[in-house]
Design a binder for this molecule. Sequence first.
Ligand code: FEO
Length: 397
Amino acid sequence: MKFNKKELTQDTYYVGVNDRTKARFEDIIPLTYGVAYNSYLIMDEKTALMDSVDVCMGDLFIDKLLSTLDGRTLDYLIINHIEPDHSGAIRTLRQHYPNVQIIGNKKTLSMLDGFYGMTDNILEIKDGETISLGKHELTFILTPMVHWPETMMTYDSLTQTIFTGDAFGAFGALDGGVLDTELDLDRVWDEMYRYYANIVGKYGVQVQKAFGKLSKYDIKMICSTHGPVWTAHKDKAMEIYNQLSKGEAAKGVVIVYGSMYGNTEIMAEAVAQGLREEGIRNVIIHNASKSDDSFILRDIFKYKGLVIGSTTYNGDLHPCIKNIVAKIENRGIKNKEFAYFSSFSWGNVADKMLKEFAEKTKWNTVEFTVSEKMGVKKEGYQSAIQLGKELAKQLQD
Ligand code: FEO
């Protein structure tokens, strides 16, 4: 199959692919709208490819690359990020271009050996080093732990384009366009939040360090390995990553509850009512048994307020709440305005565990809580409304 070339900027082409087949990213996170594995080709006196794609899309990727190279050879493969969704096709690539030189930092090349047993025809680069393709001079910027140890970025000074690996990425296939100006971005922003929360969210400190390094570069175009190529909307994309990595969030509240027979759910609704009555407009309720964790985490990162409600189950938290609490702790999420409530039938364990969780997080927690035994009674219902109101006041301060 011969594809048309897709030029993004001078000598720089898109050769990525869309995956609408895979159910879950990393076999964990639902791909509601698919995902793009982006790869870019610069064709100067030398040709250089930025990252490759998942092995499942290898043949299609090679067809796109062959079409764009149009008879020219491939001189370099630059690996900004070696996670297999961007490196799985390297073996296939080398079958087509056996002389391609693979460029990466020390950690990348160690992983290249570890994952694929490749040690020949490689070039190790260090932070700040450059190579010239002719007119295009590429600078390598090491940005470790955004979100793997080897992650780095590559800056092309001629076109002021930065190839960022996963940074500034989003879930979602690219439907018809590649540039942000070619796409309807409404869905993309949500998928960017979900991507950040689930993939990069644990590494806010390292993202901030990367921002520090990027500050000396003039950037016109951002080429991530997932999601749109950012041009007109690059500032917004960067600002979302900047705010999320600093733990800044929008005014609003996420209520996550785990209920068995609906009593904890009634309390969740009552808390939401209290929030609304005090003027909080953005209130999102997630039933932890139904909403996928990736969407719950997205909203927790996005909004300043969080309420968790759990029934006691087998002397523990509701299993779905236990799971989401563990994911919050794993990511070390900061700066929340927090409230919690619980229910039980005989032993009130959920209240104790949520209290311990609140203390561990060091979040700003509403001082009172509600815990109902068996069915929700009038007083407990009113207290849940009051809990929402107290949290709303905390958010207004
Ligand atoms: Fe898209 Fe971290 O791989």
